[in-house]
Design a protein around this ligand. Structure first.
Ligand code: SF4
Length: 226
């Protein structure tokens, strides 16, 4: 199978809840979020094929790790992903996916194989193109969210709060939309400044009352400020 890997973390306790896992960062993303933390992963080196390297790495980690996270970039862009997930499961690991949800068709093929999904919902679905630069991206994420919620697979929906982008009540409106469609586990995470992109001196837009309001909408809510 063909897999383009841009980097790996060999051990994490925070990216796949309840599991000691390795994170595999796959190359490629069609979107261009201003705050992207992994711009080096956006392009794909089609000439490389890294599955065999990953397989050998995991062979040595049997008994030491219990999970593998496919992250990115956008892992669902890779046509070999579902085959890779199946092969990793056959090796005895549980598998998680971190995705921005831009390819619902491929997500639907992967969902039956997955043990956990972290789905980024970046903003209200109608505002997506302003953030990703891609028309129609919000519609695809809405489809992916629906598929995920219907699958019954354990998940977290999360939003990275870019204070340059979230104006007024956009974040509250997003939280209401997510609660209304049945999201039970929601996280807000502080956006970190990246090279060539900063926050006009505004460290974070969220205040306590605002957070309490959103917290009350979800059975499980997490705030990540660092
Ligand atoms: S979807 Fe993720 S990987 Fe792609 S540009 Fe946005 S932040 Fe970066």
């Amino acid at each position: 199978m063909h897999l383009n890997i841009g980097g790996m973390t060999s051990f994490t306790t925070i990216d796949f809840p309840g599991h000691l896992a390795a994170v595999v960062f796959l190359q490629g993303c069609a979107w261009r979020c201003a705050y992207c933390q992994n711009p080096h992963l956006l392009a794909v080196d089609e000439a490389s094929d890294d599955w065999e390297m990953l397989r050998r790495f995991l062979e040595k980690r049997r008994g030491l790790l219990d999970g593998v996270v496919f992250s990115g970039g956008e892992p669902l862009l890779q046509s070999g992903l579902s085959e890779a997930i199946a092969a990793v499961k056959d090796m005895g690991f549980k598998v998680a996916l971190h995705t921005a949800g831009g390819n619902p068709q491929r997500l639907s093929r992967c969902l039956p194989l997955l043990d956990w999904v972290g789905l980024d919902v970046k903003t209200t679905f109608t505002n997506y193109a302003d953030l990703t630069g891609i028309e129609g991206s919000g519609k695809k994420v809405r489809e992916s969210l629906k598929l995920l919620l219907e699958s019954g697979i354990d998940y977290e929906v999360r939003t990275t709060v870019d204070p340059n982008f979230f104006a007024g009540n956009t974040l509250l409106e997003l939280a209401k939309i997510l609660a209304a469609v049945g999201v039970k586990n929601y996280a807000l995470q502080q956006c970190r400044a990246v090279e060539d992109y900063d926050f006009d001196g505004t460290p974070f837009v969220l205040d306590g009352i605002f957070i309490n309001t959103i917290n009350a909408m979800f059975p499980k809510f997490t705030l990540r400020t660092s």
